[in-house]
Design a protein around this ligand. Structure first.
Ligand SMILES: *Cc1c(COP(=O)(O)O)cnc(C)c1O
Length: 411
């Protein structure tokens, strides 16, 4: 970054420090990952200069030949990976993808049924300060208190009672397989559209580590930067019969010019996602999450739903006498980065959650295996059990440093 260093040393330095921070800490934030330097090169390219309102072959501006070719690559690769009839790669992020689908089928006041935020759902599934909560009449389903698994009976009963126009499957903090055929059956029974939001699990699906909703859902939305390992961005997949209405909501409905540099980077990430190496990494991500959850269980921690089927799990810290926020802050002092999270039926409320969310995408992308993540679990347990012991915290920091050095960000 010689140009940047010379022209704007303040921004250059912050970027250097951020890269170093990523190198030297263990990132367990379930929604984060590392995208390749090839993806970063595409995103940092001249394509950021180009206005390309419209779609490949149907642009408002001249000079779109090359950006057309990358958008076509991104679209075709996305369709191939997920077996979809239609793909729109223009949404700036996952939230815009969800907004586009909602606007394409719903009118203000229509009813939607999504997962309760405090049980793992996302802001765009009906939070009152989100567009979805402001515009629609929102109903929620959640997990069973005894099992931590989605209560499909409650979901069906609510759907039969309120007759939503849209049912949303998908979550940001749910550790179990989503039963897409079951969602589809309930949606059909009540005449609702079915949207699957795979923001968190898209990479797992591409890597055959989670079932694919595309055969069942009318619409599938995603981010491209979580398990998918691409640039920050959004993606919509849908049946051909909805293609036109979805495309016209994305542009000109809610966005102007697409981020062609980001779309180029999405194309690169999608190519990577078709490799055996990517698939192995996704399957290892699940194995690592399971090995780590198992280690916490062995150490008498409470894990929501008793384990995980995917890339993340939730540790209920109520029995440990430490709040989620305090655990997050304490772990940051030993270079372990994660986030506090509500656990289902959390009596402390969303501002003071009782748990932490642990995800394995980033450490797995760095090449860590079961034995490494078990070491990380040991580090977390030691730090949480000895919050005031500086000697132990120093030892933990050393172990973290060793793991980071042995597993560089880019290999
Ligand atoms: C992350 C996430 C989104 C939105 O992603 P942004 O890119 O942050 O807008 C949507 N749905 C779910 C389930 C998510 O986890």
């Amino acid at each position: 970054m010689a140009m940047l260093k010379n022209e704007d040393p303040e921004v250059w330095r912050a970027i250097q420090e951020e890269t170093k921070r990523q190198e030297n800490t263990i990132d367990l934030i379930a929604s984060e990952n590392i995208c390749s330097l090839a993806v970063q090169e595409a995103q940092g390219s001249s394509m950021t200069n180009k206005y390309a309102e419209g779609y490949s072959g149907r642009r408002w501006y001249a000079g779109c030949g090359y950006v057309d070719s990358v958008e076509t690559l991104a679209v075709e690769r996305a369709k191939q990976i997920f077996g979809a009839e239609h793909a729109n790669v223009q949404p700036h992020a996952g939230s815009q993808a969800n907004m586009a689908v909602c606007f394409s089928i719903l009118k203000p006041g229509d009813r939607i049924l999504g997962m309760d935020l405090s049980h793992g759902g996302h802001l765009t599934h009906g939070f009152k300060k989100n567009f979805s909560g402001m515009l629609y009449e929102v109903f929620h389903y959640g997990v069973k208190k005894e099992t931590g698994y989605i209560d499909y009976d409650e979901l069906r009963a609510t759907a039969l009672k309120v007759k939503p126009k849209l049912i949303i499957a998908g979550a940001s903090a749910y550790p179990r397989i989503l039963d897409f055929p079951k969602f589809k059956k309930i949606a059909d029974e009540v005449g609702a559209y079915f949207m699957a939001d795979i923001a968190h699990i898209a990479g797992l699906i591409a890597g055959d580590a989670h079932p694919n909703p595309v055969p069942y859902a009318d619409f599938v939305t995603s981010t491209t930067h979580k398990t998918m390992r691409g640039p920050r961005g959004g993606l919509i997949l849908c049946k051909e019969k909805y293609a036109k209405q979805v495309d016209s909501v994305v542009f000109p409905g809610i966005q102007g010019g697409p981020f062609m540099h980001a779309i180029a980077a999405k194309a690169v990430a999608f190519k990577e996602a078709m490799t055996d190496e990517f698939k192995k990494c996704q399957q290892q991500t699940v194995k690592n999450a399971q090995a780590m959850a198992q280690e916490f269980l062995k150490r008498k921690y409470t894990i929501v739903s008793g384990g995980t089927d995917n890339h993340l799990f939730l540790v209920d810290l109520r029995s440990k006498g430490i709040a989620g926020k305090d655990a997050q802050m304490l772990l940051e002092t030993v270079d372990i980065i994660l986030n506090r999270n509500t656990i289902p039926f959390d009596e402390r409320g969303t501002n003071e959650p009782s748990g932490i969310r642990i995800g394995t995408p980033t450490v797995t992308s760095r090449g860590m295996k079961e034995n490494d993540v078990v070491k990380i679990a040991d580090c977390i347990d030691k730090a949480l059990s000895n919050p005031n012991d500086n000697k132990i915290k120093e030892d933990v920091r050393k172990t973290v440093k060793g793991l980071c050095t042995a597993h560089p960000l880019y290999r």
